[in-house]
Design a protein around this ligand. Structure first.
Ligand code: NAP
Length: 333
């Protein structure tokens, strides 16, 4: 039986399980030029919380009663399209469903087997990886000896942002919630320093771990972390603003204090959205895939099994329970 997950209601404040509906649905029919895809991995990303809201956003919100859609890696089950063959691994923005038809195969990308395991197309060698690269390297522009501070350092984007900056010769400091995440950031990802922001005062931690101040702050969380980074920034610091997850489930805008420091310290804060950089993906993959293959770049995927567990896995990711990039595996490879 095919199964899918729909948006049942819009969350107010924290998203919970009642926002989703899991239901049986018809098996997809493969019309002329169409492709039927069996989902293997669903990508769970913080931006999905924004798409559950109503109202203007850089991407349209999900409709109530319509399937949740995210990046999905799957296998072609049936194809009446010359660009795809049965058994190909593909990725695209697909419904949260076991099996889906993609009309005319539009929006599907065949995954080059040379990239490595297919899930990488939506993790280290896909959107989260390119996000880390653009933010850390093109906006942050770390120089040898710079101090780079990365928040949500144990996350999908954060783990790579720090490793990229470190390869460029920077001293990299990360913050994450809990001792296991701090151990991951220091051990597997090789950051120079890391601290548990839930257990230590931010000012104290940044004084201790960034004694020469912050030259680049890779912001994944916003809020009080961004305010603290402003206080500890050096003159001429660059702040790539990647995301502000501390605000995604908030019902009011708490604002950011300390913005006048941007003037006195000549800080450049640059927000960016990865959709503007998709043309850079092939060059990014060509550069980074060899680092994953030779083991000089570490990337951790946090896999939850079962389509029906996707809502809880998304909520848990937003609350900090995942280490690395959270994916839901819905069928065997
Ligand atoms: N600009 C773009 O195009 C783009 C693209 C991709 C992602 N992003 C953004 O990048 C950020 C990271 O995304 P990701 O996919 O790598 O997610 P992630 O970091 O793997 O997962 C989210 C993490 O956020 C942390 N978190 C949640 N609430 C927090 C709070 N109040 N304060 C501090 N940390 C909090 C949790 O880790 P702890 O346990 O450490 O708290 C949680 O594990 C998000 O803000 C996302 O929206 C932006």
């Amino acid at each position: 039986m095919n199964t899918r997950i729909l948006l049942e209601r819009r969350p107010v404040g924290w998203v919970d399980a009642s926002c989703f509906r899991i239901e049986p649905c018809p098996e997809p029919a493969c019309g002329a030029e169409d492709v039927v895809v069996e989902a293997i991995w669903l990508s769970l990303d913080p931006y999905l919380r924004g798409r559950m809201n109503e109202g203007p956003s850089y991407a349209p919100g999900f409709a109530i009663g319509a399937p949740i859609v995210s990046r999905v890696v799957g296998r072609v089950l049936a194809s009446r399209n010359a660009r795809f063959a049965e058994g190909d691994f593909v990725w695209g923005f697909l419904d949260w469903a076991l099996r889906t038809v993609v009309p005319r195969g539009e929006g599907l990308t065949r995954i080059d087997p040379a990239l490595g395991r297919p899930s990488l197309a939506i993790s280290a060698l896909g959107m989260p990886g390119l996000t880390a690269w653009i933010g850390a390297m093109e906006i942050g522009r770390p120089r040898p000896g710079d101090t780079v501070y990365v928040s949500s350092a144990a996350g999908a984007v954060g783990q790579l942002a720090g490793q990229f900056a470190r390869r460029a010769g920077a001293r990299v400091v990360g913050s994450a919630g809990g001792p296991d995440k701090v151990a991951f950031v220091l051990g597997r990802c090789g950051f120079d320093a890391a601290f548990d922001y839930k257990a230590q005062d931010l000012d104290e931690a940044l004084r201790e771990h960034c004694p020469r101040g912050i030259d680049v702050y890779f912001d994944n969380v916003g809020g009080s972390t961004l305010e603290a980074a402003l206080r500890h920034a050096n003159v001429g610091a660059r702040f790539p603003l990647c995301g502000m997850i501390s605000a995604y489930n908030a019902t009011s805008d708490a604002g950011i204090k300390g913005l006048p420091l941007m003037v006195s310290k000549r800080i450049a804060m640059t927000g960016f959205i990865i959709y503007d950089h998709v043309h850079q993906l092939p060059a990014y993959q060509a550069r980074v895939a060899p680092w994953l293959r030779d083991g000089s770049l570490h990337f951790h995927e946090d896999i939850v099994h079962g389509l029906e567990r996707a809502p809880a896995a998304l909520i848990g990711m937003m609350k900090g329970e995942a280490i690395g990039k959270r994916l839901v595996q819905v069928s065997a490879v």
